[in-house]
Write a protein that binds this ligand. Structure first.
Ligand code: ATP
Ligand code: MG
Length: 448
């Protein structure tokens, strides 16, 4: 009822079922040309001057309508990649599976994509799928209507033309956004089967935009979470990272839990969220990350994943120590085990895995506050990340607050102040170190 009313108010010219999109005027949608970046406006103007259709598309239109600042501006056009490239001197074709063109406009890079065609039944362009129905190849050009139909949610299928300041809307996306509904285009089950990552996107976009997932789209998720296992680990990693650095990670994770989706859907969050200390730590870390993102500060994926996995490391570390493994080797073993398990599902890159380990490996060293050792810790390249990590451990109740404030003071003290802060050597420490040195040759020897 309300939807119909809003549709009428928005001046829809025809229904989507007739194949004709609504063309919504600026007085109705309110989006001004100046809200689009300069580079994007120029790219579109050039394509149009060359006789092609060109629109701002996807997340940027959606975010602007929702009052958010878009991350970037993407353009969709009926020109082929070759044709696009001929329109711009500073442009190049990238991607093999589905070519897109990067157009350089001053400091901006605009991604220009040719309308993609329909996969599946229509037009004989049958997409290749795996046994579960996941689309493996999806690389044919098509019409604007087909391009709209293959997008995931109605709010993501809006085309804005800065020249006429109109929005072309095939799937009632503007109305859905007004009604705060995230609605899938087509049959949700089929769309999740084609690409299980859409389940994660649903949760992330709903949290980011403050939308409610349409029940038809949220209901099937519970029974389909297993499909996530078929997604290539590198893609899952990218999507997890997007979710965690969306600026709304706490809301995303809370949503996932409310819907019972954190099991299986996010392997990383299994176990962790079911342990009180682990949950507190993860939520604190995500909250801190959300604040950083919203302030426009960079966040480090290594730090983020280090926090998410820390509780698992602690559990494994304790187990190994209880079996008589020395403290530091036990930690390194635990770290490798935890990262190996994750590597099966998430392709954590080598560089990020290195960052994660550096942060973890620093933690026991914060307990050494006598002799020269604290100075060595300060010199570590990842000291700042390790120290921030320590403060989160303090905040979550895992570490004595006195340790955290000691390091804060030590960090800010001058040379003399620092010397006065050092704790007395534990009894026997100096002797043990002296005796040990020749055979062990240093390294990460810790004696407590
Ligand atoms: P954000 O950039 O805020 O993370 P987005 O919706 O812009 O969100 P992108 O990955 O940049 O996400 O995708 C751009 C557009 O491509 C989307 O708005 C949507 O129309 C389409 N799209 C992206 N991923 C999918 C998918 N898995 N299935 C169908 N369409 C998709
Ligand atoms: Mg985007």
């Amino acid at each position: 009822m309300i939807r119909k009313f809003i549709s009428r108010v928005l001046g829809r010219k025809a229904t989507a079922s007739s194949g004709q999109p609504a063309v919504i005027a600026v007085v109705q949608h309110g989006l001004q040309r100046d809200q689009i970046s300069r580079g994007c406006q120029r790219t579109i103007a050039t394509l149009q001057e060359n006789g092609y259709q060109a629109y701002v598309v996807g997340g940027a239109v959606r975010d602007l309508l929702a009052g958010l600042t878009p991350k970037d501006f993407d353009v969709a056009t009926n020109a082929t990649p070759e044709q696009v490239r001929h329109c711009f001197r500073r442009s190049r074709i990238i991607g093999r599976r589905f070519q897109i063109v990067h157009v350089n406009m001053g400091a901006e890079t605009i991604e220009v994509t040719t309308f993609r065609g329909h996969h599946g039944e229509q037009g004989g362009n049958t997409a290749q799928t795996d046994e579960q129905g996941r689309v493996l190849r999806d690389n044919v050009f098509g019409s604007q209507a087909e391009d709209a139909a293959r997008r995931d949610f109605t709010v993501n299928a809006l085309y804005y033309d800065p020249t006429s300041e109109t929005i072309v809307d095939y799937h009632h996306g503007v109305a859905d956004l007004r009604q705060k509904t995230l609605r899938m285009i087509g049959d949700p089950k089929t769309r999740y089967r084609e690409d299980p990552v859409r389940m994660l996107r649903a949760v992330r976009l709903a949290a980011k935009l403050g939308l409610l997932i349409d029940p038809a789209a949220s209901r099937p998720i519970r029974e389909m979470t297993d499909l996530i296992e078929n997604v290539p680990p590198s893609r899952l990693f990218d999507e997890m990272l997007k979710l965690l650095t969306s600026g709304h990670a706490v809301r995303c994770v809370t949503r996932l839990r409310e819907e019972g989706l954190h099991h299986g859907l996010l392997p990383l969050l299994d176990v962790i969220l079911d342990q009180p200390l682990g949950e507190r730590f993860v939520m604190l870390a995500l909250d801190a990350t959300d604040h950083r993102v919203r302030e426009g500060k960079p966040v480090s994926p290594g730090f983020l994943f280090a926090t998410l996995l820390w509780n698992e490391v602690l559990v494994k570390w304790d187990l190994l120590k209880s079996r008589g493994e020395p403290v530091i080797p036990a930690l390194f073993l635990a770290m490798d085990e935890v990262l190996d398990v994750q590597a099966e599902k998430l392709a954590i890159t080598r560089r990020i895995a290195g960052d994660i380990k550096d942060i973890w490996a620093l933690q026991p060293r914060f307990e050494q506050r006598s002799g020269k050792r604290p100075y060595g810790v300060l010199q570590q390249p990842r000291f700042k990340a390790g120290y921030d990590f320590l403060l989160l451990r303090v905040e979550s109740g895992e570490v004595d607050p006195e340790v955290g404030s000691w390091w804060t003071d030590f960090l800010h003290a001058g040379d003399e102040g620092r010397a006065g802060m050092l704790l007395p050597q534990p009894p026997g420490e100096a002797r043990k170190r002296r005796r040990r040195r020749p055979p062990s040759g240093g390294g990460a020897s810790v004696t407590e």
